[in-house]
Design a binder for this molecule. Structure first.
Ligand code: 26V
Length: 768
């Protein structure tokens, strides 16, 4: 299977540490068998035992240690780093409870705890021998040897190692997840009082640090427990640093041999922690320590929504990490001196660029800390990177800003989840695409091969039938398998505009009702995703979709021309079943709000067509496949910004567009919620009066674009051609490409191309 590469740094052994508070891995069994090249052997062996491997696979719980895109990206990156043979480690937290399980009860989201470790986790290996102490609280003392952090409270961090196999290359990397473990020196107060039992009970408190994943996606909550947790950012660092610090310090002033990649600001306390270790423990000067720190760290930004940016109150930091706060202040002092040099007397700018926000409660802006402390800052799609370069720091440190367009692993997102399509592709162009996804371009000439188009269609149809059967079992809704499967799956968020999709459904419904004998292109619209438990509006959006589904699905006039399904508990494993069965992928975010999106890429790779805005990676997808092979609608980023400047008036669209008006009036008047007519008044109020995401402004263009989708769906051959061109153009969106770029352009390592041993041929070892 072609060439694989190892990577070389400029100097001695280099290592990448990918630091992330989330890894959304899903199941491991099938992925492991595929990457080890033993899938058919295992399949056969189980068959011989009279067992069905699929039944076995279905028993595995998802490792749901992530919320959405950011966590899933980290998981795809681990697969790519191992497949490319990089010496890379994923560091994270072993949450005892992952992302909650979503139940839909009476059309409402109900959360259930995800007790994923209940029956044990066969993939992990505890490494108590590498357990390390982590410090919290205490105070800073001035000593002749410098600052000393004393009187701290200790919590241990227990590492658990998880294997990350590369694709058929005899490489297995490690994902190391940390679990909080109480110390043994029980609370002395209780001990002295003789309250031994209370002391034992209190041990549990500190172990809360790794108890449960916070289910917020794109929303910052400044809770003490979370700060304790992100302080484990340092935890991780302290360990790897102490292992690698010697190596970092030894390194000459050229390239460091350790790269710390920060997955958003969540692990950004790594920056002051590395400074603390280098200065307070290793005895380096500020200048030397800072030079190493900046060369070692790099930061990836994943969102521009202001409510998602981490801004920790200094009062909290002072309490929990007093030494780190001092270091942050000193970093800021040096940083503001640079700002003052460049823009003398511009106090306004100093205020804006400071790491410390002084208006209202004093806070540290963690994005600013990460930008100042890292030699590279990147966005996750071209347009997003342009936006952060312009807005996040307005001109300062411009040369550290880069773009690294996201990607997905073709192993899980084609080979594993869509084996029939994978086989059809391999039949035509061989198997190299699995590790060189751009080889899919070789499919382009087949756009006129009717036999191959037929195979693409049949594969899609089979996937649709399988899903339909499953959904009928799960939801008792009869699905027309020749209807268009129109799918939007992602976290529920106002900016992702599931409401726009819902307004389209209502519009279709009204058209059918107005013209019951008319001919309509049959659709099954599926929407799925979790709402953050405290996000009221997102939960209302789910209720509205479920209410609309009730009305539409039970209206005999509609018949099988329109069905609406809310997909319960959307997660990695469900994505693997749904995406291969999609005809149409909905990517509706207001231009400038979705940093990249990665679901969009998964649909494209599996031959769904996209209806979407010019936002995030949709733009680059369009560039790859050509404007004519994607359904683009709505405002551009510039147009959105212009609308914001001139003032958005939702009512003007409401007055002008009768179909929009009808739909809004129905939601408002309780047409979909007859038992509670006021149910959706809050949603309508947002849409009419405080809509930050301008739904009405894109409504008309969206509906027209959907009409075009319908027209094309009536020409199956034309549709299949575009589907094929989508697949053939998706090579750029392999996370192997993304990771190679991180390697070359951020971590400073080049691939050394060499032939690896064939799969299963043991590598020579010295003692043989
Ligand atoms: C933010 C926060 C704020 C503090 C509390 C915990 C927490 C957890 C998650 C987030 C959201 C981070 C932003 C995020 O998930 N961004 C998504 O990243 C994807 C991978 O780059 C990208 O494809 C999506 O467009 C982007 O929304």
């Amino acid at each position: 299977m072609g060439e694989h590469c190892y990577w070389e740094g400029d100097e001695i052994q280099w290592r990448v540490y990918y630091l992330s508070l989330e890894y959304y891995m899903g199941r491991s069994l099938t992925n492991t068998m595929i990457n080890l090249g033993i899938q058919s052997a295992c399949d056969e062996a189980l068959y011989q035992l009279g067992l069905d491997i699929e039944e076995l696979e279905a028993l595995e719980e998802d490792a749901g240690l992530g919320n959405g895109g950011l966590g899933r990206l980290a998981a795809c990156f681990l697969d790519s780093m191992a497949t490319l043979g990089m010496a890379a480690y994923g560091y994270g937290i072993r949450y005892e409870y992952g992302i909650f399980a979503q139940k839909i009860k009476n059309g409402e989201q109900v959360e259930e705890p995800d007790d994923w470790l209940r029956f044990g986790n066969p993939w992990e290996k505890a490494r108590p021998e590498y357990m390390i102490p982590v410090n919290f609280y205490g105070r800073v003392e001035d000593t002749p040897q410098g600052k000393k952090w004393v009187d701290t409270q200790i919590v241990f961090a227990m590492p658990y190692d998880n294997p990350i196999p590369g694709y058929k290359n005899n490489v297995v990397n490690t994902m190391r997840l940390w679990s909080a473990k109480s110390t043994n020196n029980f609370d002395l107060k209780f001990f002295n009082d003789g309250d031994y039992i209370q002391a034992v009970l209190d041990r549990n408190q500190s172990e809360n640090i790794s108890r449960v994943l916070y289910p917020n996606d794109n929303f910052f909550e400044g809770k003490e427990l979370r700060l304790n947790r992100v302080s484990c950012g340092p935890t991780l660092q302290h360990h790897q640093a102490s292992g690698s610090v010697a190596q970092i310090v030894r390194t000459s002033s050229t390239l460091p041999t350790v790269a710390l990649q920060l997955n958003d600001t969540h692990p950004s306390m790594a920056i002051p922690e590395l400074m603390r270790i280098l200065m307070d423990i290793e005895g380096l000067t500020w200048a030397r320590a800072w030079d190493i720190c900046v060369k070692t760290c790099a930061y990836t930004n994943h969102t521009v929504l202001p409510e998602a940016l981490e801004r920790w109150p200094t009062s909290m930091l002072e309490h929990i990490l007093p030494r780190h706060l001092q270091i942050i202040y000193e970093i800021n002092h040096h940083h503001l001196q640079e700002v003052a040099k460049r823009w003398p007397g511009d106090m306004d700018r100093m205020g804006r660029m400071s790491l410390v926000e002084e208006h209202g409660e004093k806070r540290i802006n963690m994005a600013h800390l990460a930008i100042v402390g890292a030699h590279a800052v990147n966005g996750v799609a071209a347009i997003h990177s342009e936006i952060i370069k312009r807005d996040l720091f307005q001109g300062l440190l411009r040369d550290r800003f880069q773009n690294k367009t996201n990607g997905i692993t073709p192993r899980r997102w084609l080979l594993l989840c869509n084996p029939t399509l994978a086989d059809a592709v391999a039949e035509k162009i061989g198997e190299e695409w699995v590790v060189h996804l751009d080889q899919l371009t070789k499919l382009k000439p087949l756009v006129n091969d009717s036999g191959f188009l037929r195979i693409i269609q049949v594969t899609k149809q089979e996937n649709k039938m399988r899903l339909a059967k499953q959904l009928e079992q799960d939801y008792g809704v009869k699905i027309n398998p020749s209807s268009m499967f129109d799918i939007q799956v992602k976290r529920i968020h106002e900016y992702k505009r599931q409401l726009l999709n819902c307004m389209h459904i209502i519009t279709l419904y009204n058209r059918i009702k107005a013209n019951p004998g008319g001919s309509f292109v049959p659709r099954t619209v599926m929407i799925g995703g979790k709402a953050a438990p405290g996000y009221h509006t997102a939960k209302q959006i789910i209720r509205l979709i479920c209410s609309v589904a009730q009305v539409v699905n039970n209206d005999p006039i509609v018949g099988d021309r329109l069905k609406v399904i809310y997909l319960e508990n959307y997660r990695v494993t469900l994505a693997e079943q749904i995406i291969p069965a999609a005809d149409l992928s909905e990517q509706l975010s207001t231009a400038g709000t979705e940093a990249s999106g990665t679901g969009n890429m998964k649909f494209m790779l599996n031959g769904a067509l996209t209806i979407g805005t010019l936002d995030g990676a949709n733009i680059e997808m369009m560039e790859e496949m050509g404007r004519e092979n994607i359904f683009i609608f709505g405002m551009t980023v510039e147009e959105v910004e212009e609308l914001k400047r001139t003032g958005y008036d939702a009512r003007s669209y409401y007055d002008k567009l009768p179909e929009l008006r009808q739909c809004v009036d129905q939601i408002d008047s309780g047409f979909f919620s007859p038992n509670n007519p006021d149910q959706f008044k809050d949603l309508v109020n947002i849409l009419m009066n405080h809509d930050r995401f301008y739904l009405f402004a894109d409504y008309e263009s969206y509906i027209k674009c959907q009409d075009e989708v319908n027209k094309l769906y009536q020409k199956p051959n034309e549709w299949a051609k575009k589907a094929l061109l989508n697949i053939a153009s998706s090579g750029k969106f392999s996370s192997d490409r993304t990771i190679s770029e991180y390697g070359r352009e951020i971590w400073g390592v080049e691939p050394s191309w060499e032939k690896l041993p064939a799969p299963h041929e043991p590598r020579e070892t010295e003692d043989k």
